[in-house]
Design a protein around this ligand. Structure first.
Ligand SMILES: [Zn+2]
Ligand SMILES: [Zn+2]
Length: 347
C-alpha cells in the first residue's frame, strides 16, 4: 500500500502564522484509520486558541470539525470503511473506564484524546483537521455520511450539531416555548432541532443584527436581548444558553417558568461566575443541566438529522465557500468577522 504525503497547518502559538509542513502519512496502526480531510470548518474554540484566550499545546494541528474519506484501514478495524465518506467523534475514548462504561459519558473518559487539541508529538502527529490527513484512533466512533449530505452540511456535525443534539435530548418530549440565548451556529441548530422535536415557539436572542437575521431564516423568532427585557416573566418552558457569557443568565432565569429546564452549553471558559441564588433554583423548582461534547449516539443522530432535513433549510447559507488549507490564516480572519456561521478550509 503506497501512502500519500500529508500537509499539516502547524499551530506554533497564539498570534503566530501557521507553518505548513509536509510529512509522510503513517500506515494506520491497530484499530486506526487514515482519513483524507475533505472540509474542515473553524469552530469558535479554535479562534479562542489562536488569539490566546485558551491554551492548547504547540506545536500542534488544530481543527476538529470535519468530514473526510477513509484512505487506509489499520488491522482490527472494519475493512469495509475503506473509501467511505465519514465523520467521527471529536474525542477518542477507551471504552472501559468508569465514565465510558458506567456513566455513559465517554466524552469524560479518563484517557480522553481530543482531535485538534493534542501536541504534534502525540501518536502519529496527524491529530487535527487543519491538514490534508488525520489519523483516527481505535476508540473513535466513525459515522458514514450519505451522499445527500454535502461536505458543507456535514463538517460542523461532529462538534456543533452533535453537541446540540445532546443538549436538546432531555427536551425531546416537545413543549410550548423555548428560549435560546445566542444565534451562532449552536443557536441555529438548537432552534431547528427543537422545532423538529415539536416545540411550538423557539425564541432566539442575540445582540448582533446579522446573526438574528440568519437565525430567523431557520424558523426562530429573533429578538435583541433588550427587546425581551419588558416581556412578562416566565414565558419559557426551557432556556438554552449558547451565548458563552454568564451575563445572559439572569434574563434566562427570569423568563424561565417554574419547573423549567435550563441548559448551559456555551460557557466553556472560567470567566462564567453566575449571578444566581440557590433560593431561585429551589423556589422555581428548576433543572440546570450542563452539556459538554456528546456521546457517539448523538453524532449518529446528527448525521441522520441532516440526511432527513437536507432539503428543508437554507443550510448552505451557514458555511462560506471553502478556502484552500494554505489560506487558513485568512480563513480565520473571515471566521472572526462574523459574516458566516462557519468558514471552512479544504486541502
Ligand atoms: Zn468545536
Ligand atoms: Zn474511558
Amino acid at each position: 500500500m503506497s501512502l500519500p504525503q500529508a500537509t499539516l497547518a502547524v499551530f506554533l502559538g497564539p498570534n503566530r502564522d501557521f507553518e505548513f509542513r509536509t510529512v509522510p502519512c503513517p500506515a494506520p496502526g491497530p484499530g486506526e484509520l487514515l482519513v483524507a480531510v475533505s472540509l474542515a470548518t473553524i469552530c469558535g474554540s479554535d479562534l479562542h486558541t489562536v488569539e490566546g484566550r485558551r491554551t492548547e499545546p504547540a506545536p500542534s494541528v488544530l481543527g476538529h470539525e470535519a468530514v473526510g474519506r477513509v484512505v487506509a484501514v489499520g488491522p482490527d478495524r472494519d475493512p469495509l470503511l475503506l473509501n467511505r465518506r465519514v465523520t467521527w467523534t471529536l474525542a477518542d475514548s477507551c471504552g472501559s473506564c468508569r465514565p465510558c462504561r458506567d456513566w455513559l459519558l465517554p466524552q469524560k473518559c479518563e484517557r480522553l484524546f481530543k482531535y485538534g487539541h493534542a501536541a504534534l508529538s502525540s501518536g502519529s502527529g496527524l491529530n487535527g483537521c487543519y491538514a490534508s490527513h488525520v489519523v483516527l484512533r481505535a476508540g473513535t466512533v466513525v459515522v458514514p455520511v450519505p451522499d445527500s449530505v454535502s461536505d458543507r452540511l456535514a463538517a460542523p456535525a461532529n462538534c456543533a450539531l452533535a453537541t446540540m443534539v445532546a443538549a436538546t435530548e432531555p427536551l425531546a418530549q416537545g413543549g410550548e416555548t423555548a428560549l435560546i440565548q445566542g444565534a451562532g451556529l449552536l443557536g441555529i441548530y438548537g432552534a431547528v432541532l427543537l422545532r423538529e422535536l415539536g416545540w411550538k415557539r423557539v425564541l432566539v436572542t442575540d445582540p448582533t443584527p446579522g446573526r438574528r437575521v440568519l437565525a430567523g431564516r431557520f424558523g426562530a423568532e429573533v429578538f435583541a436581548p433588550d427587546e425581551l427585557a419588558l416581556s412578562p416573566s416566565a414565558v419559557a418552558d426551557a432556556v438554552i444558553e449558547v451565548a458563552g457569557t454568564a451575563a445572559v443568565i439572569p434574563q434566562g432565569l427570569r423568563l424561565l417558568r417554574p419547573g423549567g429546564h435550563y441548559a448551559f452549553v456555551g460557557m466553556v471558559h472560567p470567566d462564567t461566575r453566575l449571578d444566581l441564588t440557590g433560593e431561585t433554583v429551589v423556589r422555581k423548582c428548576l433543572t440546570l443541566r450542563g452539556t459538554h461534547n456528546y456521546s457517539p449516539r448523538h453524532l449518529q443522530a446528527a448525521v441522520d438529522f441532516l440526511a432527513a432535513h437536507a432539503a428543508e433549510h437554507p443550510w448552505a447559507d451557514l458555511v462560506a465557500d471553502p478556502l484552500p488549507l494554505a489560506r487558513l490564516g485568512e480563513a480565520m480572519q473571515l471566521a472572526r468577522s462574523g459574516r458566516w456561521a462557519r468558514v471552512g478550509v479544504a486541502p
